[in-house]
Design a protein around this ligand. Structure first.
Ligand code: 7RM
Length: 654
C-alpha cells in the first residue's frame, strides 16, 4: 500500500498460510467449545467480567464493576477479599488440602512435594514472621530469591497481610536490586544465601549486602538457607528464615483488602531510562490471571501444569503463582536451567511428573531446536495435551518444531501475547475453538478490545500493519507507574488519547488474526520502508540450518538504515563459505528484496534478558559503534563483548 511505503506505518512482508483447526477430541473436552463467549463479552463487557468474578470468594461483595476515568480504571469497587485466601484457604476448606500445589524440583535433583494444606501453613507462618518484623499493610517488601518454594510462599504471605511485594530476578545485580528497593522504599528484603544455576552458586546474600549499602529504607533481611555457603550475617538486621518463620503459628487471619489495594509492584526496564514500577492491585488482577489461566490453558482438576518461566518475571507472578493457585491447579516448579546436567532435563521432568500443559518462551524453544529433537525423543512426552508460548513473537518455524517434536502433532500451541503492564494474557487462541496459524497470537481474549492503527490512530484495514492498541479497560491492567503518574500518562496514553499503547507493532491478516511484529523501537527504516525485525528473523529461521536470528538496523549512508542480521546456526551445521550470501538471497526470495540483509554475522550466542528476550538495542549499539547502553538486565554480560570483538574483527571481510 502506498501510504505504507512512504514510511508511515510498518510493512507486512511475511505470509504464513498453514492452519491447524482444533481436533474434534480436543474440542469435545474443552472448557470453551463455542464462539459465543466473544459475542457475550462484546455485548456486555462489565457483565462478562462480573460473571467471571463469581469464581472469587469475597469477604464483602463489590457494589460496582468498573469505574473508568481514562487512564485510570477501578474494578469491583467496594469489594473486600484476600488473594492468599482465594489461592489457599478456600481450597483447603473445600476438602482440597491434600492436592499437590507444587512439585518442586531442584537443579541438582532434590525434590519437594507441597500440598495446598502445607502451602497454607507455610504462608501463614511467613505472614506472621513478616508481622513480627514490623511489616504492616501497605509496606513494601522486596523479594530477591531463586526458584525455590519460599518464593511463592513469600509472595503469598505479603498478599495475606496486604504488604505489596516487589520481586527482583535472582539474576539481577546488586545495583538493580538497590535501585528497585529505593524506588519503592522497601522496608524488608527477603533473600537467600545463594541460588543455584548451572551447577554453580549465585551469591545472592553478597549482592544483597552490596545493595543494602545504598538502600537505607530496608530495616531487616529475612534470609533463606539454600546453598549452605558461608555468608555474612549482620546482627540485628539479618534473620534466618528457619529461625524466624519456623517458630511462628501456622495460622494467620487473612487481611480483608479492598479490591483496589496494591498487590504488587514489578519493575520493567525502559530502554534507557530508569525501570518503571508497574502497579497491580487486588481483585481485577486476580480475576484476569485466573480467568485467562483457566480458559487459555483449558485447565481441568487433574492437569499437571508447568510454566517453565522464572517467578521473578510477570509470567511467573500470573501463571506460576496467582492464576494457577486460585484455580487449585497442580504445578511443577523447576529451579534450574534446561541443559543441566544434560539437554534432556526438561523432557525428563515432563516424563517424570506426567506434565499435561507446558508453557514456555520462544527463546527456550529455539534453544531446544538448536540442540536437536533427539533429547525430547528419548522421553515419553505422551502426557502433554497443550503447549503455550510467551515472551516474544514465535516464528512459524519454531512453532512448528514445538508442535511436532514436543507436542507430537496432537497438542494445540497457544501463542499468548501480553505484558507486565497488562497483567494477564490479552491476545491468544482459545484452544478448543481457535484454528491456529503458526506465528500468530490469533485473537484478543474475550472482553479485550485490541486494534491495529496507523500514525493517526485510525484502524488499519485487515491485511495491513501498524501499532497495536487496546481500546477498553481490562481487569488486570496496570493502575499506574509507582510514584510517577506523568510517566504513566506519557508512556502509555499520550500517543493515542483514550487508547492504551503497549509499544508493539502488529499486523492483522484477512481473517482478522493478529501477528505481533515486536517492539516499535526495533522497527527498521530501510529506504523509507518500515520493516519489522521480526519478519526478517522469521524468514532466516525458516531456513533449516538457522536456529535463531536477531536483526537490527545499522546506519547506512545510502538507505538510512541497512539490515544487519546476527545468526545462530543449528547444532550440526558448519558455517561454510557462501552460507551468508545464500541466506541473504533466501530472505530476498522469501519476503522481498527490500528485506535482504546487507550483512550477516554468525554468532554462537545473542544478548538476552533473563526472561529470554533478545536485547536488540545492544546489538544496535555494537553495529553502530556506539557505547553500550544499560546492560543491567542482561542475562550474560560476556556475550556482548564476544560479539563486539567478532564484529570488529570481521569488518574487513565483506
Ligand atoms: C509476558 C511478557 C512484554 C513484551 C511485549 C511484546 C513481547 C510477549 C509475546 C510478545 C509477541 C507474544 N511480559 N511479547 N509475548 N511478542 N508474541 N506472544 O513477556 O513485560 O516481560 O514483556 O514482550 O513485545 O510488549 S514482559
Amino acid at each position: 500500500m502506498a501510504d505504507q511505503a512512504s514510511g508511515l506505518t510498518i510493512e507486512a512482508l511475511l505470509s504464513e498460510d498453514r492452519t491447524f483447526p482444533p481436533s474434534s477430541e480436543f474440542r469435545a473436552q474443552a472448557l470453551v467449545s463455542s464462539e459465543d463467549i466473544y459475542a457475550e463479552a462484546e455485548a456486555d463487557l462489565e457483565g462478562f467480567w462480573a460473571r467471571q468474578a463469581e469464581q472469587i470468594d469475597w469477604f464483602q461483595p463489590y457494589d460496582k464493576v468498573l469505574e473508568w476515568n481514562p487512564p485510570y480504571a477501578k474494578w469491583f469497587l467496594g469489594g473486600k477479599l484476600n488473594i492468599s485466601y482465594n489461592c489457599l484457604d478456600r481450597h483447603v476448606q473445600n476438602g482440597g488440602g491434600e492436592k499437590v500445589a507444587y512439585y518442586w524440583e531442584g537443579e541438582s535433583g532434590e525434590t519437594r512435594t507441597i500440598t495446598y494444606a502445607q502451602l497454607l501453613e507455610d504462608v501463614c507462618r511467613c505472614a506472621n514472621a513478616l508481622k513480627s518484623l514490623g511489616v504492616r499493610k501497605g509496606d513494601r517488601v522486596a523479594i530477591y530469591l531463586p526458584m525455590i518454594p519460599e518464593l511463592p510462599v513469600a509472595m503469598l504471605a505479603c498478599a495475606r497481610i496486604g504488604a505489596p511485594h516487589t520481586a527482583v530476578f535472582a539474576g539481577f545485580s546488586a545495583e538493580s536490586l538497590s535501585d528497585r528497593m529505593n524506588d519503592c522504599d522497601a522496608k524488608l528484603l527477603i533473600t537467600a544465601d545463594g541460588g543455584i544455576r548451572k551447577g554453580s552458586v549465585v551469591p545472592l546474600k553478597k549482592n544483597s549486602d552490596e545493595a543494602l549499602k545504598t538502600s537505607p529504607s530496608v530495616e531487616h533481611v529475612l534470609l533463606v538457607k539454600r546453598t549452605g555457603e558461608d555468608v555474612a550475617v549482620q546482627e540485628g538486621r539479618d534473620l534466618w528464615w528457619h529461625d524466624v518463620v519456623s517458630e511462628q503459628p501456622a495460622e494467620c487471619e487473612p487481611e480483608a483488602l479492598d479490591s483496589e489495594d496494591m498487590l504488587y509492584l514489578l519493575y520493567t526496564s525502559g530502554t534507557t531510562a530508569k525501570p518503571k514500577g508497574i502497579v497491580h492491585t487486588t481483585a481485577g488482577y486476580l480475576l484476569g490471571a485466573m480467568t485467562t489461566h483457566k480458559l487459555v490453558f483449558d485447565i481441568k482438576p487433574d492437569d499437571v501444569y508447568w510454566c517453565a518461566a522464572d517467578v521473578g518475571w510477570v509470567t511467573g507472578h500470573s501463571y506460576i503463582v496467582y492464576g494457577p493457585l486460585a484455580n487449585h491447579t497442580t504445578g511443577v516448579m523447576y529451579e534450574g536451567v534446561p541443559d543441566f546436567p544434560a539437554r534432556d532435563r526438561w523432557w525428563s521432568i515432563v516424563e517424570k511428573y506426567k506434565v499435561t500443559v507446558l508453557y514456555t518462551a520462544p527463546t527456550a524453544i529455539r534453544a531446544h531446536m538448536k540442540w536437536g529433537p533427539q533429547h525430547a525423543e528419548a522421553h515419553d512426552l505422551s502426557s502433554l495435551r497443550l503447549l503455550g508460548s510467551v515472551g516474544e513473537p514465535i516464528n512459524p518455524e519454531a512453532w512448528l518444531w514445538y508442535y511436532r517434536h514436543i507436542g507430537g502433532e496432537r497438542c494445540p500451541v497457544v501463542d499468548t501475547w501480553w505484558q507486565t503492564e497488562t497483567g494477564m494474557i490479552m491476545i491468544t487462541p482459545l484452544p478448543g475453538i481457535t484454528t491456529l496459524k503458526p506465528g500468530s497470537a490469533t485473537r484478543p481474549f474475550p472482553g479485550v478490545e485490541a486494534d491495529v492503527v496507523d500514525e493517526q490512530g485510525n484502524s488499519v484495514p485487515l491485511g495491513g500493519a501498524g501499532y497495536l492498541v487496546i481500546k477498553k479497560p481490562w481487569p488486570a491492567m496496570l493502575r499506574g507507574i509507582y510514584g510517577d503518574p506523568e510517566r504513566y500518562q506519557q508512556t502509555y496514553w499520550s500517543r493515542y488519547p483514550g487508547m492504551y499503547f503497549p509499544g508493539d507493532g502488529a499486523k492483522r491478516d484477512e481473517d482478522g488474526y493478529f501477528w505481533l511484529l515486536g517492539r516499535v523501537d526495533d522497527v527498521m527504516n530501510v529506504s523509507g520502508h518500515r520493516i519489522s525485525t521480526m519478519e526478517v528473523e522469521s524468514a532466516l529461521v525458516s531456513d533449516s540450518r538457522v536456529a535463531e536470528a536477531a536483526v537490527i538496523g545499522q546506519r547506512d549512508d545510502l538507505t538510512g538504515e541497512a539490515i544487519f542480521a546476527f545468526v545462530i546456526l543449528r547444532g550440526d551445521v558448519e558455517s561454510e563459505k557462501g552460507l551468508g550470501e545464500e541466506l541473504r538471497q533466501y530472505v530476498a526470495t522469501k519476503i522481498g528484496a527490500i528485506a535482504r540483509p546487507k550483512r550477516i554475522m554468525f554468532t554462537p550466542e545473542l544478548p538476552k534478558t533473563r526472561s529470554g528476550k533478545i536485547m536488540r538495542r545492544l546489538l544496535r549499539d555494537i553495529a553502530n559503534d556506539r557505547q553500550l547502553g544499560d546492560t543491567t538486565t542482561l542475562a550474560d554480560t560476556s556475550v556482548v563483548e564476544t560479539i563486539r570483538e567478532a564484529s570488529t574483527a570481521s569488518k574487513g571481510d565483506e
